[in-house]
Design a protein around this ligand. Structure first.
Ligand code: ADP
Length: 476
C-alpha cells in the first residue's frame, strides 16, 4: 500500500507485462499482466521465451537463437498467446546486471495503447466540440440579449419629458440604470466567452497615451468625488506621447480596477500610477498600479481573485453586485498583452492591483519621452484634500470629524431625494468613520443604518439628529 502511495507500483501489479528468462530461454517469472494478456492460467513460468516471441527468439538446441540487441531501446515485437494467436507489443529486453545470464523483458500491448490513445483523442475532441458549442451558444444568446435591452433603453429615454411626475421619473431612472447594469453584464459574458473559446483578438493601433488616461479619469471622477474619495493619477515622463496597443482594452482593464477600488473603498483615496519599466527593440513594457484604501482582501482569499465567477465574500458581493468575471477578464487581457496582473492587500487597510503589458513604440517618437526627464508628472490630483487616511479613520481627529460631517450631510441629502442606494453607501462610510467611537455613538449609528435599510424617513431624521448631537458633544 505504501509503495502505491509513493507512486511505485510493485512488479506483480504493473500494467506492463514483465517476464524474466535465462540463457536457456526458460521463463522463471511472469507477472500478473503477462499471464493475463498472454492468456496463461498461472502456467507461464517454465515455458520458453520462444513460445512467447517465436519470431525473435527462435527455438534451438541450446535454448534459443536471436539477433535481438539487448539494451534500453524499445523494439516492436510480435507476442504469441497460449492459443497461438498474436498481437504487436513494444518491448525492451535487458540483461540483468546482478544475475549474469538472466534477462528481463518488459512489454506493452500496442493495440491496447493505440486504442486508448484513440479513445483519449476522441474524448478530447468531443470535449472541445462541446466547449465550442457552449461558447457559441453563450456568445449568441448574450448578443441577442443586447437588442431587447437596448430597445428598452432607447424607449425609456424617449419617455423623458418636462414636467414628468416625480414617481414616474424615479421609475424611468431606475429602468435606465438597470439596463446599463445589464449591458455591463452582457459585455462581460461576451468577452469572457470569446476569451475562453480563444476567439478574442486584440486590435492594436496608435493612440495618445495621456488622452487615454484622461478618458479613464473622466469616466470615474464623478462617482469618486461624489463618494468623497480622493483620486490621484500619475504617469512617468518616460512613457512616450503615442504608443501602439489596444486602447479600448487597456481602458477596460484600468476601468475595471478603478471601479472595484471605488466599490470597495468608503474612506480615503484611489491612486493610479503608470511607469515604463523596460524596452526590447520596438516594444516597451508599461507597469500600472491601482491603489485603494478600502476594505482589503484576506490573504486566503487572494488566490480566488482572478478565477472566473469568483467573489471573495458572498455577503459583500451581494451588496456591491457584480458577476465575478471582471478580474478574470482583466487577467486574460493582460496575458494577451504579454504581461501579468497581481494583487497586494491588507485587510481593512487597502489593496493594490498592479499589471504589466507590452506595447509598441511609434517610429517617429521612439526616443522622445512625452516630457523631459525628471519627476513623475501628476496627471490628475483631485480637489479632495489629501488628508492622511490614518487620521481620517481615527475617530475623534479633526480630519475624522470633517469627513464624518461631509458624509452625513450627503447621506441626509440622499434620504431627502429618496436615493436609498446612495444613502446606504454613505451610511457605510459613516460606519467606517465611527468604527473606533464610544459605544453610544455605535448604537445610534446602527439604529440609523437600520432605519435607512427600512427606508423609514421619520426614524432616520430622529436618529440623524441624535447622532449629530452626540458628535457635537464629543467635539465634532
Ligand atoms: P465583480 O464584477 O463581482 O466585482 P471581480 O472579478 O471584479 O468581480 O472581483 C471579484 C471579487 O474580488 C470582488 O467581488 C471582491 O470580493 C474582490 N475585489 C476586487 N477588487 C477589490 C478591491 N479593490 N478591494 C477589495 N476586494 C476586491
Amino acid at each position: 500500500m505504501k509503495e502505491r502511495e509513493s507512486g511505485i507500483v510493485p512488479v506483480e501489479d504493473a500494467l506492463e507485462m514483465i517476464l524474466i528468462f535465462d540463457e536457456s530461454g526458460s521463463i522463471s517469472y511472469a507477472n500478473h499482466a503477462a499471464e493475463k494478456k498472454l492468456e496463461y492460467e498461472g502456467d507461464l513460468c517454465g515455458r520458453r521465451i520462444s513460445d512467447v516471441f517465436p519470431n525473435t527468439f527462435r527455438p534451438a538446441e541450446a535454448g534459443f537463437e536471436t539477433d535481438y540487441a539487448y539494451g534500453s531501446e524499445i523494439n516492436n515485437l510480435v507476442a504469441y498467446r497460449k492459443n497461438l494467436t498474436c498481437f504487436p507489443v513494444e518491448a525492451r529486453i535487458v540483461g540483468s546486471k546482478e544475475l549474469p545470464g538472466t534477462y528481463i523483458c518488459m512489454a506493452n500491448d500496442i493495440l491496447e495503447k493505440q486504442f486508448l490513445n484513440k479513445e483519449i483523442e476522441q474524448v478530447k475532441q468531443e470535449a472541445q466540440q462541446a466547449m465550442k458549442v457552449k461558447s457559441e451558444f453563450v456568445a449568441n444568446v448574450t448578443h441577442e440579449l443586447r437588442t431587447p435591452v437596448n430597445g428598452i433603453l432607447g424607449n425609456v429615454r424617449e419617455l423623458y419629458s418636462d414636467g414628468l411626475d416625480k414617481q414616474l421619473l424615479k421609475s424611468l431612472k431606475l429602468i435606465e440604470r438597470c439596463c446599463g447594469d445589464m449591458n455591463k453584464i452582457i459585455n462581460n459574458i461576451l468577452d469572457f466567452s470569446k476569451l475562453e473559446a480563444g476567439k478574442f483578438t486584440l486590435e492594436p493601433r496608435k493612440f495618445h497615451f495621456r488622452n487615454m488616461l484622461d478618458y479613464v479619469k473622466e469616466n470615474h471622477i464623478n462617482k469618486l468625488t461624489e463618494k468623497g474619495l480622493g483620486f490621484f493619477m500619475t504617469a512617468s515622463p518616460q512613457i512616450p506621447e503615442y504608443i501602439i496597443g489596444d486602447e479600448l482594452r487597456i481602458v477596460q482593464i484600468l476601468g475595471n480596477l478603478i471601479s472595484n477600488a471605488q466599490k470597495f473603498t468608503s474612506v480615503g483615496k484611489i491612486t493610479v500610477e503608470a511607469v515604463r519599466t523596460a524596452r526590447v527593440n520596438d516594444k516597451i513594457e508599461l507597469f500600472f498600479m491601482v491603489k485603494d484604501t478600502g476594505i482589503g482582501i484576506d490573504e486566503a482569499d487572494k488566490e480566488k481573485l482572478f478565477q472566473s465567477f469568483s467573489q471573495v465574500d458572498a455577503s459583500i458581493s451581494r451588496k456591491y453586485g457584480g458577476t465575478g468575471l471582471g478580474l478574470n477578464i482583466c487577467k486574460q487581457l493582460v496575458e494577451l498583452m504579454g504581461g501579468r496582473i497581481e494583487a497586494e492587500s491588507e485587510k481593512n487597510k487597502g489593496s493594490t492591483f498592479s499589471f504589466s503589458i507590452w506595447v509598441g513604440l511609434c517610429e517617429e517618437d521612439e526616443n522622445t519621452p512625452a516630457q523631459p526627464e525628471g519627476m513623475e508628472a501628476p496627471l490628475f490630483t483631485s480637489a479632495v484634500e489629501e488628508d492622511s487616511v490614518e487620521d481620517i479613520r481615527q475617530y475623534g481627529t479633526p480630519e475624522n470629524f470633517k469627513s464624518l460631517k461631509n458624509s452625513l450631510s450627503k447621506l441626509i441629502l440622499c434620504v431627502e431625494m429618496e436615493n436609498w442606494e446612495k444613502a446606504e453607501m454613505f451610511m457605510d462610510t459613516v460606519r467606517e468613520l465611527t468604527s473606533g467611537a464610544p459605544r453610544e455613538v455605535g448604537r445610534v449609528v446602527l439604529r440609523l443604518k437600520m432605519a435607512i435599510q427600512k427606508e423609514k424617513y421619520d426614524k432616520i431624521t430622529t436618529e440623524f439628529a441624535e447622532l449629530n448631537r452626540i458628535l457635537k458633544e464629543q467635539g465634532g
